[in-house]
Design a binder for this molecule. Structure first.
Ligand code: F6P
Length: 458
């Protein structure tokens, strides 16, 4: 293998540059040229296939900084249609003309779905990334537990899981954690802590919405910010229980902090947050407004009298507020865990290509005995019997639905990841840069400006 291509696809994460860096560093060791494709799969569909030589003379270009969030290559949510043979053949021809022998795709479950039709034509491997932490399996046989039901209007199929008969063990998880998730939780937990003191001061009830689609990992991880209540998509909302719990906490401490995942569902399984029933280019539902929907439910259930009787504000409307942590979860400097394992996954992906392990996924494994290590898993192992890759849900045992909080198992899951997730340099970096005088003097210099000068075309 003399030349490989690298691309980043799907929503960005803080660990992407670290993963590209790991791949390029390994390519340098093996004297392999690395071309970076601009804007994920989008570049492959472009006639001129815009790309950047990431390691001229086997030296990494200086723009590639593993401590910087985002991706210097850019990303997109372009969808690879497995049935579009013509487009796929064109892509293969272009890659051959560029003399690219294999492809490292850095992405999540959507990217992995797109990888399959490419893998029939050129060696491709995946280095995982996602803040949602939903690329992986809770146990090896999880895909076999999916059943599919045809929709009433015959417009397609819905997939859901049968109740599992598997005894769950943390060290049986495939891809225990994905780079990007850890920094997202670092940000969301800090958000929760910061909202707390203002809720305390003003006797308010705060509903903080975090990302994660229909997987509750970020909400679960936000438990580090010590919210009073955590709501995850995997457990349908029990409104009566929630209201009881909110009142109980409010009686006691005159403020309540609730964290909710953006994909939470009501008792009938309907998304609270899909105000706008729309999807992105990869078919993912756009989730907006779970926290606001929840707020309206609480306002209705609790009523103004409740707050007036406490003389803590005039109305429920005033006392209950929402905040989204939003894209700050996806941006900025990756903390140590994400940088370290992101880089290792990138390096492993290159090894997988060199070893001829087409269609494989580099993974992060964990066991109590060994701690973390980097391994791999064939992408077919993630597919159900109909060939679909589903986003991993947080295992139900990570959550205590009676207490609306993380469970003992949830705590055991998080601790190995987060206990040493922050590096000394992360804090030092913050101390040195946050109020650096140079920030006031100089405008922001975007890496895109420099990278543009390096873009080549077929
Ligand atoms: O998949 C990552 C993610 O951040 C989700 O948690 C979120 O729902 C979605 O992407 C938001 O996508 P966009 O940035 O395209 O609005």
């Amino acid at each position: 293998m003399k030349r490989i291509g690298i691309l980043t696809a799907g929503g960005d994460t803080p660990a992407l540059n670290a993963t590209i860096h790991g791949a390029v560093a390994r390519a340098n060791q093996l004297s392999i040229e690395a071309y970076g494709f601009i804007k994920g799969y989008n570049s492959l569909y472009n006639e001129r296939i815009p790309h950047v030589h990431l390691n001229p003379l086997f030296q990494e270009i200086p723009e590639l900084d593993p401590t910087k969030g985002g991706t210097i290559l850019g990303s997109s949510r372009d969808y690879v249609d497995p049935d579009d043979d013509e487009a796929l053949s064109k892509i293969t021809q272009k890659l051959h003309r560029l003399k690219v022998d294999g492809l490292v795709c850095i992405g999540g479950d959507g990217t992995l779905n797109g990888l399959q039709p490419l893998a029939d034509r050129i060696p491709v491997v995946l280095a995982p990334k996602t803040i949602d932490n939903d690329l992986g399996l809770n146990y090896r046989s999880e895909p076999d537990e999916y059943i599919r039901c045809e929709r009433h209007d015959r417009s397609g199929f819905d997939y859901r899981m049968k109740p599992s008969r598997i005894e769950f063990h943390l060290d049986h998880m495939i891809n225990y954690v994905t780079p990007g998730f850890v920094t997202a939780v670092f940000v969301s937990s800090q958000g929760v802590q910061r909202i707390r003191t203002t809720a305390e001061s003003h006797r308010r009830i705060a509903i903080i919405e975090v990302m994660g689609r229909h997987s509750g990992y970020i909400a679960l991880g936000s438990s580090y910010g010590q919210p009073d209540i955590t709501l995850v998509p995997e457990h349908p909302l029990d409104l009566e229980l929630l209201v009881d719990r909110v009142k109980e906490m409010y009686d006691l401490q005159k403020n309540v902090v609730i964290v909710c995942g953006e994909g939470i569902v009501d008792e009938a399984g309907r998304d609270l947050g899909d105000e706008e029933s729309s999807t992105d280019p990869s078919g993912n539902k756009v989730l907006k407004g779970a926290s606001e929907a929840l707020r309206q439910l609480l306002i209705k259930k609790m009523g103004d009298d409740y707050f007036a009787s406490y003389r803590r504000g005039n109305s429920a409307n005033e006392a209950i507020f929402t905040r989204k942590v939003g894209h700050t979860q996806r941006g900025g400097r990756p903390i140590f865990f994400d940088r370290f394992y992101g880089a290792h996954l990138g390096g492993k992906a290159v090894d997988l290509l060199v070893e001829g392990r087409n269609n494989a996924v580099a993974t992060i494994q964990w066991s109590a005995a060994k701690g973390f290590w980097v391994d791999s898993f064939h992408s077919n192992g993630f597919r159900d019997r109909w060939g679909h890759i589903h986003a991993r849900k947080m295992h139900p045992s990570f959550y205590d639905s009676n207490n609306l909080k993380l469970s003992t198992m949830g705590r055991e899951y998080l601790q190995p990841i987060f206990t040493h997730a922050i590096g000394h340099d992360d804090l030092e970096h913050q101390r040195n840069t946050t109020f650096a005088a140079s920030s006031l003097l100089m405008p922001y210099h975007s890496v895109n400006t420099d990278l543009n000068k390096r873009i080549n075309y077929l």
